[in-house]
Design a protein around this ligand. Structure first.
Ligand SMILES: [Zn+2]
Length: 144
């Protein structure tokens, strides 16, 4: 919460005008119910859209509401959801495949290096140095 820097006088009947800039920013229409909030200890008072649990859970709209899986949603948000508007899918990466591919590549690099340093070594020795099975070395040497 921040100060807007705007001030308005309270009139003799206790009324106040909410500046149009604030109404526009907050999406408050004329005739819309507002709710007062106060913190007596802090000497603070605020205003918010009155929801009473009867507004769209996503956009706070109070029009064209329907229940969807025990949440109240407006027609607009439901249509957005149906049309995947504003939907950002979480990318699903096939982790296992990726991991295996990368480790094969790393193993290949390490094996190349070892073969340069120890050209006469046996596959079983390379396997032991790299901490993998001899079968894996045999498999990888086919890629070289
Ligand atoms: Zn909505």
């Amino acid at each position: 919460m921040k100060s807007t820097g705007m001030t308005r006088p309270l009139d003799t009947l206790g009324r106040i005008v909410i500046p149009i800039e604030i109404r526009n920013t907050m999406g408050i229409e004329i005739g819309e119910p507002l709710e007062f909030f106060m913190d007596v200890e802090q000497g603070f008072m605020g205003l918010g859209k009155y929801s009473n649990g009867t507004s769209c859970k996503l956009c706070n709209s109070t029009q064209d509401l329907s229940y969807f899986k025990s949440s109240l949603l407006c027609k607009h948000c439901i249509l957005d959801l149906k049309g995947n508007v504003g939907v950002t899918p979480i990318p699903v990466t096939p982790k296992e495949e990726h991991k295996v591919r990368r480790s094969t590549l790393q193993l290949l690099k390490s094996l190349r290096k070892l073969m340069r340093e120890h050209p006469g070594a046996k596959q079983s020795e390379y396997a032991e140095w790299l901490g993998v099975s001899q079968g894996r070395i045999s498999q990888i040497t086919k890629l070289l």
